[in-house]
Design a binder for this molecule. Structure first.
Ligand code: URA
Ligand code: CA
Length: 433
């Protein structure tokens, strides 16, 4: 069968066999299948979907497109966490040391940011000296010795996802449930996780705009993860407004440090404690959530979590003094306060995606994979949905290298924060799973 015939099968809404899915995924990963044919197949999948079996086969083929990390030399259940992508979502930087301080080893591979959502690697690289490329032996040795390591995913792990994600990004085929499921679960399985905690974001700033869509994605992620022999748990958290108050790489590191000191914004702190409790249960160090949650609260309060952060940063060559002196983090040359100019009232809505785009315009993100980011750029919000605002109150502080960037981002930010005369209830942090 030619590749054209494989495209026809999906174009006409029929089902592939397992060996056909293997040919498509492994053929594209190896370079045999050209991008124009894979683009057509991805669009056919976007329009006609994949059956339950096809989604499992797709995910399994993606895992087999590269090397699978073997974490069996590290004792215990290896738990990984993944978020479907958010704005001001610094949870990984908080959770990794927090959970490690409770005794669950964290051996994590992360990605860079693309579009309006930030990436953990870019945030880590804003810490002076921090190395994110470790050889496999060095990575395992650090997890055994320190308890935590977070590194760049090496190119030989799940190469099918790297190529497919890049192609989806430019062919309008990202928001497809089977393709998202294949992408997320294959990466986690190839990364060596025994158990996976997924934070499915819901709202205007997320891929899944409604609770019904997010619930469907959560159910599919769980089903496919379990079919591949992994323990999977999902939460659904809000992305109708940014999670934390900082958007931008060094600014988010600073916010993570404040959170690890017990001085972070309430929503970010709550989500981190909730996810940490669930990771401790999945990791088998606690039998029930209430007990696990208390343990996470204790390591935050005792200073054990920030201590683990310092040891982790130092182990990867970074300057651990950032944990007690935020001025050691890079800052952009220029700042601007964005002030409320209208009548007194309340913040009635925040467009998380628009705020993420404003941060990109400041230099904090990339529009294409080879854009260079400014580690000190970004913005700090001073308001959330429901906050009372009077004329001249500061809505946000912007950080960038140039006045032109500040001008462009200010306009975008203003368009992303709605105000009105009547107070509205803030969106709930959690949606029902
Ligand atoms: N996150 C991923 O890793 N992959 C997707 O396809 C979407 C979100
Ligand atoms: Ca972010």
């Amino acid at each position: 069968m030619t590749f054209e015939e494989l495209i026809e099968i999906k174009r006409d809404g029929s089902e592939h066999t397992r060996s056909q899915i293997d040919r498509i995924v492994l053929g594209y990963a190896s370079g045999e299948v050209p991008e124009y044919q894979m683009s057509a197949w991805l669009m056919a999948v976007y329009l006609n979907g994949l059956s339950p079996d096809e989604t499992v086969w797709l995910t399994d083929a993606m895992v087999r497109s590269g090397r699978v990390v073997d974490l069996s030399s590290i004792p215990g259940i290896k738990v990984d966490k993944h978020s479907t992508g958010g704005v001001a979502d610094t949870t990984t930087l908080v959770l990794a040391p927090l959970v490690a301080a409770c005794g669950v080893p964290i051996a994590k591979m992360s990605g860079r940011g693309l579009g309006h959502t930030g990436g953990t690697l870019d945030k880590l690289e804003s810490i002076p000296g921090m190395r994110i490329e470790l050889a496999p032996e060095e990575f395992l040795e650090q997890v055994a010795r320190v308890g935590v390591a977070v590194i760049a995913q090496s190119p030989d792990i799940d190469p099918a996802d790297k190529k497919m994600y890049a192609l989806r990004d430019v062919t309008a085929t990202v928001p497809s449930v089977p393709l998202i499921v294949g992408s997320i679960i294959s990466k986690k399985v190839a990364g060596g996780a025994d158990a996976i905690l997924l934070d499915v974001k819901v709202g205007s700033g997320a891929f899944m705009k409604t609770e019904a869509e997010a619930r469907h994605l959560a159910a599919e992620l769980t089903r496919v993860g379990v079919a591949l022999g992994r323990d999977v748990h999902c939460v659904m958290s809000d992305m109708d407004q940014p999670l934390g108050m900082a958007v931008g790489n060094a600014l988010e590191v600073a916010e993570a440090i404040e959170t690890l000191r017990g001085e972070g914004p309430p929503e970010l702190t709550e989500l981190c404690l909730d996810l940490a409790g669930k990771m401790l249960v999945l990791g088998g160090v606690a039998t029930d959530y209430a007990h696990a949650r208390r343990q996470a609260e204790e390591v935050l309060a005792s200073g054990a979590a920030i201590g683990m952060f310092e040891r982790w940063v130092e182990a990867q060559g970074g300057d651990p003094r950032v944990a007690s002196d935020l001025s050691r983090l890079p800052r952009s040359a220029r700042t601007r306060e964005v002030r409320h100019v209208n009548d007194d009232g309340f913040v009635t809505g925040m467009d998380a995606e628009g705020i993420g785009r404003a941060a990109m315009m400041l230099g904090a993100g990339r529009a294409t994979t080879d854009d260079v980011i400014d580690p000190g750029a970004g913005l700090q919000l001073h308001v959330r949905v429901g906050t009372a605002v009077a004329s001249d109150d500061t809505l946000a502080t912007l950080h960038a290298a140039s006045e032109a960037q500040l001008d462009a981002a200010e306009a975008r930010l203003r368009a992303s924060i709605r105000t009105g005369a009547d107070r509205v209830e803030p969106p709930p942090l959690f949606h029902e799973v």
